[in-house]
Design a protein around this ligand. Structure first.
Ligand SMILES: Nc1ncnc2c1ncn2[C@@H]1O[C@H](COP(=O)(O)OP(=O)(O)O)[C@@H](O)[C@H]1O
Ligand SMILES: [Mg+2]
Length: 219
């Protein structure tokens, strides 16, 4: 599902962010990407959704060699990959429902299916009673769930979470991890980047450990 073959990423001519990284992630896996700040976690995720290009090496995502992927086919690939971030990236002047509908607008989903899908996901995340709320009326944990809902509504094959618990307290962090584990249980491949080793130690899942841009452990 995701293959990195001797991938190196150099920023600005000489800043090596990732060096000679190789791994394979199978369909349905849940993988933590762990490392201290600046280790290269976000870069690794960005390479997967082609927000950055590798300097060397080959990346394959969903059977596509990203280097050979034509620009016009990139949106099609991105539709299959959900991404969530530490700072949620919600539209502040839109309700929760509108935030999610916005993600559906860019797909060709008919309006009727759209509403149905949206309600299903909001109910699943126990947020349906807040669908007319604005982001500022929600807690951090709830905002992250909206971001998750927005990613899920497009029914992605892969969900990338970049420090999704970075702005949350311990309880909300645990809740978000539980949601991600459940999404994975239902079949989505999930990669979650975090510097917080304590948070993920309890969860028995594969971990790619990045140290100074190198793959220090895959366990
Ligand atoms: N666009 C960029 N231009 C130059 N350097 C960058 C860029 N993005 C990240 N870096 C550098 O690459 C390294 C890895 O960054 P990043 O992948 O964001 O690490 P992490 O997510 O683990 O904190 C850091 O030293 C960072 O400063
Ligand atoms: Mg990062």
């Amino acid at each position: 599902m995701i293959t990195f073959d001797n991938v190196t990423k150099v920023y600005q001519k000489d800043w090596v962010a990732l060096q000679d990284i190789s791994f394979f992630i199978d369909k349905g896996e849940f993988v933590f990407v762990n490392g201290t700040t600046g280790a290269g976690k976000s870069t690794l995720l960005k390479l997967i959704y082609k927000d950055e290009e590798p300097t060397k090496g080959t990346i394959k995502v969903l059977d596509q060699n990203l280097r050979l992927l034509k620009k016009k086919n990139l949106p099609k690939l991105r539709r299959k990959i959900g991404v969530i971030f530490q700072d949620f990236k919600l539209l502040q002047d839109r309700t929760l429902e509108e935030n999610i509908a916005f993600a559906l607008d860019v797909t060709d989903t008919p309006a009727r299916d759209m509403r149905k899908q949206m309600l299903e996901i909001l109910t699943y995340l126990r947020l349906s009673h807040k669908k007319f709320s604005f982001p500022y009326q929600l807690s951090g944990g709830e905002q992250q769930k909206v971001a998750i809902a927005r990613a899920l509504v497009r029914d992605p094959y892969i969900l990338l979470a970049d420090e999704p618990t970075g702005n949350l307290d311990e309880k909300s962090s645990q809740e978000i991890i539980d949601v991600l584990l459940d999404i994975n249980y239902k079949g989505t491949t999930v990669l979650m980047a975090t510097h917080n080793l304590k948070l993920i130690k309890k969860v028995k899942k594969r971990m790619l450990r990045i140290e100074d841009g190198k793959l220090a452990a895959d366990q």
